[in-house]
Design a protein around this ligand. Structure first.
Ligand SMILES: Nc1ncnc2c1ncn2[C@@H]1O[C@H](COP(=O)(O)OP(=O)(O)OP(=O)(O)O)[C@@H](O)[C@H]1O
Length: 375
């Protein structure tokens, strides 16, 4: 599906005027501070329920206002080779946040819904911005987040299992921190926690297998020399040749000393190695960035194989990638037939993004003082 109708109220400096987007490429340019990133941020807000830039909702609401709203109309997206969409809206999404009451209201097709996953399911948003680099250079938490985004879209029940597991972990941690360890109670938590962990692990492994196959196919196609010898491995968070219950039991003393759970899905990682060494120590920054982008595209391929269209938000790619890599990215995204938003300061040169002359259907927007004007 693709976001074709869009409107915000009190979202940073954005104008409340409604905008129609292309289900294919949307090229957005404007001066520093004009509102380009805010447009992507608002689209992301609708699909993720939060800003991809800042943690506090308060930073996002227009100065002096209490409530922000983002509305979106989705259509079927690209439906045939000519890149045409049928233009009928299939879903209407809305998110509204009162930053004083700290309340979020969500709507899908006019009905109030409680869970963010109801919105996220319809609008899978993948952000490629300067912060994306952390997937390779940052800690395991960033890579878990990366993988879990795809796991959620492959298996939507993952979100509720994940929440149950977080609750079991915190109960278990409380028991571990108790001065006098109640071994029988801990064994009860161990069993619950291990059962939920196994379900999380199974979902992650399933998605990782698909992701890895897509990534390897992509790398073969784009023929990036430096990816030869690159290995991607999934680590569950414990030695899965043993049951998690046994692992927990054999590390009781260690966990008791630390006062929290040390084994399980909260320790999972995607290990990226080049000739046996961590990629973060070996690859140049440019190579690491390109690697993350290829990984993001591979995720898009996994969803696309399931008939889901990802909305990619590419913030300021000129600052991140050279011309060749930008063209590679544009052609891969075009081949994926997903929806793409690209921002830049200068008016983008379509001939540079698609040097073969086969540009997809696109819309070009200029942003000034938070207002998008189609050219
Ligand atoms: N909560 C807010 N309320 C009103 N205006 C805001 C708020 N937060 C930020 N702004 C303003 O919104 C404008 C848009 O910022 P944004 O980061 O979207 O610009 P940009 O076009 O992406 O800029 P750059 O090219 O420098 O990255 C800025 O001028 C900023 O000062």
């Amino acid at each position: 599906m693709a976001l074709v109708k869009f409107q915000t109220e009190n979202f940073r400096n954005l104008s409340p005027a409604p905008v129609s987007f292309s289900p294919s490429f949307n090229l957005i340019y404007g001066e520093n501070g004009s509102g380009k990133t805010s447009v992507l941020e608002a689209i992301g807000y609708l699909g993720l329920g939060r800003s991809f830039r800042v943690n506090r909702h308060q930073a996002v609401v227009r100065h002096g206002e209490q409530r922000l709203t983002v509305f979106g109309g989705l259509d079927h997206g690209l439906t045939d080779d000519a890149g045409q969409s049928d233009n009928g809206l299939v879903h209407r999404l809305g998110i509204s946040r009162d930053v004083v009451q700290k309340e979020t209201a969500l709507r899908v097709d006019g009905e109030g819904v409680r869970s963010l996953s109801s919105l996220a399911m319809h609008l899978p948003v993948s952000v490629i911005d300067p912060g994306v680099f952390d997937v390779v250079a940052g800690g395991p938490g960033k890579r878990r987040q990366f993988l879990d985004w795809a796991v959620f879209h492959v298996e939507p029940s993952f979100a509720s299992v994940w929440q149950q597991c977080q609750r079991a972990t915190s109960q278990r941690n409380q028991t571990l921190r108790n001065g006098r360890l109640d071994e029988s109670l801990l064994r009860v938590w161990d069993r619950q926690y291990a059962a939920l962990s196994d379900r999380i692990n199974e979902a992650r492994v399933n998605t990782f297998v698909r992701f890895k196959a897509a990534f390897e196919a992509l790398v073969r196609e784009v023929e990036v020399q430096w990816t030869e010898g690159l290995k991607l491995e999934f680590y569950a968070g414990w030695d899965t040749t043993q049951s998690l219950v046994d692992v927990l039991l054999s590390h009781r003393e260690q966990e008791r000393k630390m006062g929290h759970t040390l084994y399980g899905p909260n320790r999972a990682d995607i290990r990226l190695k080049f000739q046996g060494r961590p990629v973060a120590e070996t690859f140049s920054r440019g190579q690491q960035k390109t690697l993350v982008i290829l990984m993001k595209i591979a995720q898009g391929m996994v969803l696309s194989d399931m008939g889901k269209q990802v909305t990619f938000l590419l913030d300021d790619i000129n600052a991140e990638l050279d011309e060749g890599h930008r063209a590679m990215l544009a052609s891969r995204l075009q081949a994926l037939r997903c929806q793409v938003f690209i921002t830049s300061i200068e008016r983008p040169l379509v001939g540079q993004l698609w040097p073969d002359g086969k540009a997809p259907e696109y819309r070009m927007f200029h942003v000034e003082h938070g207002k998008l004007t189609e050219e």
